[in-house]
Design a protein around this ligand. Structure first.
Ligand code: 13P
Length: 249
């Protein structure tokens, strides 16, 4: 079964609600595609206006984070019910920026992944190594560990629908993209790891994105790799270039 590519924008902490609507209206005609799933992951406060603005288009909308409890005294957090109530079906979990600045760990990532599945929200599970880890030659071991913990108690049927984003930390926002061979090597190792945890069917179905300085110039080469099923795009998702990334062929 051929996996459908998924190209997602991660807006990070950019765009006010009114700017968000303007950006959606600018990008809507540029990201039209039948071959590729297109997803905009936007700040929580932009979700409602962006969901409204994408109506009638091929654009799907995701959150950038979610808490692992249902409700309660967790000031500032967003619950899975809040996301499903407004029609959000995807959430980024465990981005390296959340791990670095907001104390997320492999264990909180696992809790959030389980909670997302419980609510029928598809998690985009982020993993990636630092430059030091790459230089030490421990990239694959590190990523396998992240994946094994993230998928604890996740069933094969759930895992099949998950999306993994491999984002080397040294390539994020630096303009320094992993080469397509470097990205493919790790994405292939992630797929092997999923095959070990589950089975061949899960290994073949799960979608694995590459993220880290993806742009209109390098998307085609990256996405042509057999184990790379699209991208998670930061900076370039905020401009017209995103249309070229979606229509990379
Ligand atoms: P850049 O595309 O800006 O490097 O960001 C990548 C990223 O972190 C996407 O989640």
């Amino acid at each position: 079964m051929a996996r459908k590519k998924i190209v997602a924008g991660n807006w990070k902490m950019n765009k006010t609600p009114s700017e968000a609507v303007a950006l959606v209206n600018e990008l809507k005609p540029l990201v039209a595609s039948e071959d590729v799933d297109v997803l905009f992951c936007v700040p929580a406060i932009d979700l409602v206006p962006v969901l409204e603005a994408v109506k009638g288009s091929n654009i799907q909308v995701g959150a950038e984070n979610m808490y692992f409890e249902e409700s309660g005294a967790y000031t500032g957090e967003i619950s899975p019910n809040m996301l499903t109530d407004i029609g959000v079906k995807y959430v980024i979990i465990g981005h390296s920026e959340r791990r670095e600045y907001f104390a997320e760990t492999d264990e909180t990532v696992n809790k959030k992944v389980l909670k997302a599945f419980e609510h029928g929200i598809t998690p985009i599970i982020c993993c990636g190594e630092s430059l030091t880890q790459r230089e030490q030659g421990i990239t694959i071991d590190w990523i396998r560990q992240q994946i094994k913990i993230a998928f604890q108690n996740v069933t094969a049927d759930q895992a099949k629908t998950a999306i993994i984003a491999y984002e080397p930390i040294w390539a994020i926002g630096t303009g320094k993209t992993a080469t397509s061979d470097q990205a493919e090597e790790v994405c292939a190792a992630i797929r092997e790891c999923i095959g070990e945890i589950y089975d061949d069917a899960t290994k073949e179905e799960i979608r694995i994105q590459y993220g880290g300085s993806v742009n209109a110039g390098n998307a085609a080469e990256l996405f042509a790799k057999p184990n790379i099923d699209g991208g998670l795009v930061g900076g370039a998702s905020l401009k017209a270039d995103f249309g070229k990334i979606v229509n990379y062929k």
